[in-house]
Design a protein around this ligand. Structure first.
Ligand code: SAM
Ligand code: MD0
Ligand code: SF4
Length: 348
């Protein structure tokens, strides 16, 4: 198989399984650079070198679950637990909007309070949308079909829910006590109701190339409009806390392959793994969204990197602009983001 020839193609439907496995197997720096270059060309063609910015509002860090990889798992005593008031959430969302983000991602642990008071969540979505005028993504974990209906009705554009892996045994070891099919069904239902879906996988949790291939297939089957991956970061006080952190190079390869296989989808470069430090490489691998933009000194946390660069202002629109420019990219603007969403929704 010839790398250069394979890289002439885009779109998962045009690749044979062996070709994707072959791409996933490239370990030499030169070969990987060639893949990143191809991914950048695809981004140029489909997105004209423009990127989108997502504000991240982690409004409750309480969680009933015990994901083995997550700092905020119920049994961990270490993370700061907070539940922000509606007022604080709105103020933060508005200040994020004023700083230049294009979407507000409202994220929570599976907080028992919100699970028994879904109307609070729904009202928050409605108000954030109303007061910011921006599209809203909701990342609440698994919620009932009824709550999905209400979230869609309140105007949430996106439902973000990551399977982490599509290999069921590995899934069961990561998302302990959370049936695979239930999580998948929530996404499928939200898609049916006209919400855009974000699917994601963790890199560096023992997945094989075959498993990654399976995840790409599932992303396609779901019709995910945004696809992501983040390198697993070991967390203190958790069952996977003593595993050695892997370099982010496999994440970069996965980002680039997603860009080539899903040329017209959104793919995040998350500030939540390596902070501002890792942004350039992720953008140079073909990402076109910068996520986990968090206002400094307001007491809002990240997930995988709970604190990195937040209070220093590194995870702000101002903080990322130099890197964006260095990569030859520019701010797509809120209007073009809105249009992208409308177009995608009309195709679903
Ligand atoms: N609680 C909701 C859920 O699990 O769907 C929403 C927020 S959850 C904290 C968001 C995502 O962060 C997870 O799905 C996972 O992909 C990622 N994440 C959590 N812990 C991580 C870690 N230690 N390293 C890398 N990514 C992590
Ligand atoms: C991020 N910390 O974008 C956020 C989070 C949830 N929808 C996203 C993982 O990196
Ligand atoms: Fe809870 Fe989400 Fe963390 Fe799992 S990943 S423990 S559901 S906050």
């Amino acid at each position: 198989m010839n790398l250069t020839d394979i890289l002439k193609k885009t779109g998962i439907e045009n690749f044979k399984k062996e070709e994707i496995l072959f791409l996933l197997n490239q370990k030499e720096e030169d070969a990987r650079e060639e893949i990143y270059r191809a991914a950048r060309k695809v981004r140029q063609k489909y997105f004209n070198d423009q990127v989108f910015f997502y504000g991240f509002v982690y409004f409750s860090t309480y969680c009933r679950n015990n994901c083995s990889f997550c700092f905020y798992r119920k049994e961990n005593k270490q993370p700061p637990r907070y539940r922000k008031s509606r007022q604080e959430i709105i103020e933060t969302a508005v200040s994020l909007k004023e700083s230049g983000v294009h979407l507000i991602d409202l994220t929570m642990g599976e907080d028992p309070y919100y699970i028994s008071h879904p109307e609070e969540l729904i009202e928050t979505v409605r108000e954030v949308k109303d007061k910011t005028g921006l599209p809203v993504m909701i990342s609440p974990g698994v919620v009932s079909h009824k709550v999905i209906d209400q979230l869609a009705e309140a105007g949430a554009s996106w439902y973000a829910l990551y399977q982490e892996t599509h290999q069921k045994k590995l899934y069961d070891s990561l998302r302990t006590g959370q049936p695979y099919e239930e999580r998948m069904a929530a996404k499928e239902y939200a898609a049916q109701k006209g919400m855009l879906i974000e699917e994601g996988l963790l890199t560096g949790v023992g997945e094989s190339r075959e498993d990654i291939y399976l995840s790409f297939q599932e992303m396609e089957r779901l019709g995910a409009s945004q696809v992501r991956t983040m390198t697993f970061i070991p967390q203190d006080g958790t069952p996977m806390g003593k595993i050695e952190r892997r370099s982010f190079h496999d994440e970069l390869l996965n980002i680039a392959l997603m860009r080539i296989l899903f040329p017209d989808r959104l793919i995040p470069a998350s500030l939540d793994v390596d902070g501002l430090n890792g942004l350039k490489q992720r953008l140079m691998a073909g990402a076109n969204v910068i996520t986990s933009i968090i206002p400094p000194k307001k007491g809002f946390a990240g997930v995988a990197s709970a604190k990195t660069d937040i209070d220093e202002g590194g995870r702000t629109v101002e903080g990322i602009m130099e890197t964006v420019k260095e990569c030859g990219l520019s701010d797509a603007g809120a209007l073009s983001y809105q249009k992208w969403i409308e177009k995608r929704q009309s195709q679903r």
